[in-house]
Design a protein around this ligand. Sequence first.
Ligand code: 5GP
Ligand code: ZN
Length: 117
Amino acid sequence: MPGEPQDDCLFCKIVAGTIPATIVRETETTIAFRDINPQAPTHVLVIPKAHHVDAAALAAEAPQLAADVLRETRAVADDEKLESYRTIFNTGSGAGQTVWHAHAHVLGGRGLQWPPG
Ligand code: 5GP
Ligand code: ZN
């Protein structure tokens, strides 16, 4: 069932507290924590607490929750004092998605090229 915790999901385990993470923000519906392999001085992941496999599924299954995640990306940027930052949703393995629980990457604190590689 979309939204239900999955036993084999890394980010559901972070939500449950069974795997540690450096959590920087938490709301009723979301958490934000530092990426274990940062690609920029600020690299934070914002996730819904509920399990949805990717951003497209999240938007389709729980649009209000998708909005909560987006709102939190701005809040992370504010906390980190980032004027400019990039929000990325990798969707599908060909785009680099490796964790099948929707997450927004918030990257900042260095120059970011456009278009990306
Ligand atoms: P994706 O490649 O699916 O878009 O992003 C998954 C992200 O999760 C990667 O940037 C990866 O470094 C991060 N990640 C993988 N395992 C862990 C972990 O155990 N803890 C944290 N904090 N981040 C993780
Ligand atoms: Zn999950």
